[in-house]
Write a protein that binds this ligand. Structure first.
Ligand SMILES: [Zn+2]
Ligand SMILES: [Zn+2]
Length: 377
């Protein structure tokens, strides 16, 4: 495997004795993406390919594969995002893809071409916020030895600034004037063995693409301080000139009440100038609320929300949950890189298939499609 490339990647840059072929590293990354194979399982497989009868006699290069696998992933991501020979320091979220269909000024839309009479909802940023308690992380065994390769460049937020936000914000639990949803969101709130009890963040509500640099770790259940940071980061991503943001969150009737005050109070939280937030609740969760919440927060009654259920994040967690058990014991930066890579691939797959969906819509609108006779019942 890999001889067709003839290219080798050294396991060490100072005194190389072991090398991996480019092909085996590509294969490992793809196996990790598609089959969620951990480095341990992959290396066991390589040993068995090398010697089917005595795999235990094949030299153990698991540690080398783990290190080189991370470096290879970083190099690949830099190349894919156009930073192969770029010297400048990368900005937050620059190694991540976002949605090709959501309006993004200066990416897929020119605000100068915008017709003044267009309604604001035409240029709406719609987001779903949610938490995931499967993506846990154990305390690192050797925290001083950890090296971050792509801190803050993908979907997980930059570590230092997020920690500063958490250290200065007060955790105030407000009384709920709706049903008591906090009970659900504080699930597994106290697990001392865990450095992170889960992750939370935002995706675009219509197409389900994770928003770059908007995923945060939870330290004690799903607290407002965590989601505030994720939301502000997501709303700041390519939204220059967008006036409205529609947010879906399962407890938005409570969460949104004092959001502007919390943003005002924290130096680490801000919203794009002039942006108005329209709160919504997903169509499945809204039925767990009091009746007054249904008419106020269900997407059916929000102008410009279109037919949207606001629950798409649940479908995004499912594939991510398969990788979570192996990411649980990784070093802190390695786990984040692994989650970033999975989320980026999820967005990439959507990006390459979205044109098919566009084609189906075009076909549905065309006369040719209408001329197909309906089956007689
Ligand atoms: Zn989108
Ligand atoms: Zn409610």
């Amino acid at each position: 495997m890999g001889l067709q490339y003839g290219c080798l990647f050294p396991a060490s840059f100072t005194s190389p004795k072991t090398a991996f072929t480019f092909a085996v590293l590509d294969d490992f990354l793809l196996d990790n993406l598609e089959c969620r194979t951990s480095a341990m399982n992959y290396y066991s497989k390589l040993r068995r390919i090398t010697s089917s009868v005595f795999p235990h006699l094949v030299p153990d290069r698991y540690r080398e594969l783990m290190r080189v696998g991370r470096q290879w992933r970083q190099v690949k991501q830099l190349k894919w995002h156009g930073f192969g020979h770029e010297k400048r320091k990368l900005k937050a979220g620059e190694l991540a893809l976002f949605c090709p269909a959501c309006p993004q000024p200066s990416v897929n839309l020119s605000m100068s071409d915008r017709n003044r009479s267009d309604p604001a909802w035409l240029y709406l940023r719609s987001l779903v916020m949610d938490g995931n308690f499967k993506a846990e992380h154990l305390h690192p065994t050797n925290p001083t030895n950890e090296v971050a390769l792509t801190d803050g460049l993908g979907f997980m937020v930059s570590d230092a600034r997020y920690k500063m936000h958490l250290s200065q914000v007060q955790d105030i639990v407000q009384r709920s004037d709706c049903n008591n949803h906090r009970v659900v969101n504080q699930a597994n709130a106290s697990c001392h063995r865990l450095e992170a009890t889960g992750i939370g963040g935002c995706a675009c509500a219509r197409h389900g693409c994770f928003v770059p640099h908007s995923m945060v770790d939870f330290q004690k259940g799903e607290r407002q301080m965590n989601m505030d940071y994720a939301l502000c980061q997501a709303l700041g991503y390519n939204t220059d000139g967008i006036d409205w943001a529609l947010t879906f969150y399962d407890i938005n009737c409570q969460y949104n009440k004092h959001l502007s005050k919390r943003i005002e109070d924290s130096p680490y939280l801000d919203l794009p100038w002039g942006m108005e937030i329209i709160p919504g609740i997903g169509l499945w969760h809204v039925h767990g609320h009091q009746d007054k919440c249904y008419v106020r927060y269900a997407s059916n009654f929000i102008t410009g929300a279109t037919r949207i259920d606001g629950e798409i994040m649940e479908t995004l967690w499912a594939p991510l949950n398969i990788i979570s058990p192996s990411a649980r014991g990784m070093s802190t930066p390695h786990r984040k890189e692994c989650l970033d890579f999975q989320m980026n691939d999820c967005n990439f797959i959507k990006m390459i298939h979205i044109s098919e969906q566009y084609h189906v819509i075009q076909l549905a609108n065309s006369n040719a499609f209408r001329q197909i006779p309906l089956p007689k019942i």
